[in-house]
Design a protein around this ligand. Structure first.
Ligand code: THU
Length: 138
């Protein structure tokens, strides 16, 4: 993936931090999901007083995208930190990895993690979900 595209996704994910609703953990997360056609769908984490209904930033982005007709994706960028301060990588939780497995080719889909200091790292989904269960297993 081109550096310019990675930087655009980092920018879009970063812009989501202001919308993060995280009154319980204080941990703000933003995500930017790049669809096959080039459209970027953004998301933030949305917490809940009952805790379990909390939705991660990545799933917000995926559910926004799928609910608008997108089904094929290239990459997702995730940024997060305490009170939105970006200090280290925020890897996707297991539930979000499973949602990625539903819509993405684990060999091709890229997970981009940034620190907010201008650096980033990229993992193919297959490395984050070895022997993952997906639609092909049914
Ligand atoms: N969170 C995400 O949004 N994405 C992840 O993959 C890691 C965790 C959110 C959920 C919760 O609102 C907060 O971070 C602390 O777990």
């Amino acid at each position: 993936m081109e550096k310019e595209m990675v930087e655009a996704l980092i920018e879009a994910a970063s812009a989501q931090l202001q919308y993060s609703y995280a009154p319980y953990s204080g941990f703000k997360v933003g995500a930017a999901l790049l669809a096959q056609d080039g459209t970027v769908y953004t998301g933030c984490n949305i917490e809940n007083a009952a805790f379990t209904p909390t939705n991660c930033a990545e799933r917000t982005a995926f559910f926004k995208a799928v609910s608008q007709g997108a089904r094929e994706f290239q990459a997702i960028c995730i940024l997060g930190g305490p009170d939105g301060k970006l200090e280290s990588y925020t890897p996707p939780c297991g539930v979000c990895r499973q949602v990625m497995m539903e819509f993405c080719d684990p060999e091709k889909f890229l997970v981009i993690l940034g620190t907010g200091k201008g650096d980033w790292t990229v993992y193919p989904l297959k490395d984050l979900m070895p022997m993952g269960f997906g639609p092909d297993n049914l």
